[in-house]
Design a protein around this ligand. Structure first.
Ligand code: ATP
Length: 263
């Protein structure tokens, strides 16, 4: 039996239980791939797939996302929006706001955000990755569709990773039950996505800025095969672009194929 029981989860979603349709799996390739296949067959907005194990968990740019049943919560949510996908710039930043607000509801402290899509745990001057967000957009004549994939470490991963990683257990006095964690995140996702549908990223930009890990510090932008771009990190613009102050002035960086690092 999967670790998430949809009946227990529904009881924690209260009045919004009817907005989500949750399917729990022991194993799948990736929750986002499985949900995209359901979406092609007409699954409704609010469909959620949560899996104990992924055989091909994905991050951005073809990278792997590692998870294990006991130490992770991995799930994907399907959402639909009116209008073209161009209206959805900044969506992965908005998801980070929902994720961090959900964890804070459970008493987590020190959760902060890194542009464009990482949720970090900040301890002193050190930052470790707590969760990753992968948003995949498509559109048809009805509007735009987002498959929102989230991988959260409940416990710090055992595997050696190129960058430091953390677990929710390090942010909370008592590690919360995984049903409480998923319910808190889904409730915040509902709030943030409703706001985003009306106002775009500007509707939650303030909340993102309050949690921004690297405001006003020197950073570099790494792209494939290009020289690093260095400057001061000035936060996010109303459309989710990163504002980088360089010697040439303020540059707007779009998330595409770049990574942000501290200098
Ligand atoms: P960056 O923007 O910093 O370059 P990214 O946003 O491209 O990172 P993601 O796609 O969010 O990265 O996540 C994939 C990366 O996260 C992997 O390359 C790996 O280094 C790291 N990673 C994989 N699994 C985990 C995990 N469980 N916890 C923390 N980090 C992980």
């Amino acid at each position: 039996m999967p670790l998430i029981d949809p009946v227990l989860l529904k009881s924690r979603l209260g009045l919004l239980a009817g907005r989500f349709d949750v399917e729990a799996l022991d194993v799948c390739d990736s929750t986002s791939s499985a949900l995209s296949r359901r979406a092609e067959k007409g699954a409704p907005a609010g469909s959620v797939i949560v899996a104990d194990s992924q055989t091909a968990g994905r991050g951005r740019r073809g990278r792997d996302w590692l998870s294990s049943p006991a130490a992770s919560l991995t799930f994907s949510l399907l959402w639909r929006f009116d209008g073209p996908p161009a209206r959805l710039s900044g969506l992965s930043l908005a998801i980070g706001v929902a994720l961090s607000a959900g964890l804070e509801r459970l008493g987590a402290r020190g959760v902060c955000l890194k542009w464009p899509n990482d949720v970090l745990l900040c301890v002193g001057n050190d930052y470790a990755k707590l969760a990753g967000v992968l948003v995949e957009l498509s559109s048809d004549r009805r509007g735009a569709q987002a498959v929102i994939g989230i991988g959260l470490n409940l416990l710090p991963p055992d595997e050696a990773l190129p960058q430091p990683a953390a677990g929710l257990s390090q942010a909370c006095q008592l590690t919360p039950d995984r049903h409480d964690v998923l319910a808190a995140i889904l409730l915040e996702l509902h709030r943030v996505l409703e706001t985003f549908a009306v106002d775009g990223f500007s509707g939650v930009k303030m909340e993102w800025q309050q949690r921004h890990a690297w405001q006003d510090i020197p950073v570099q932008i790494l792209g494939d095969g290009t020289e690093p771009l260095v400057g001061w990190c000035r936060g996010a613009d109303t459309d989710g672009a990163l504002l980088l102050e360089t010697s040439a002035g303020i540059e707007r960086i779009f998330s595409g194929d770049v990574s942000l690092r501290r200098q």
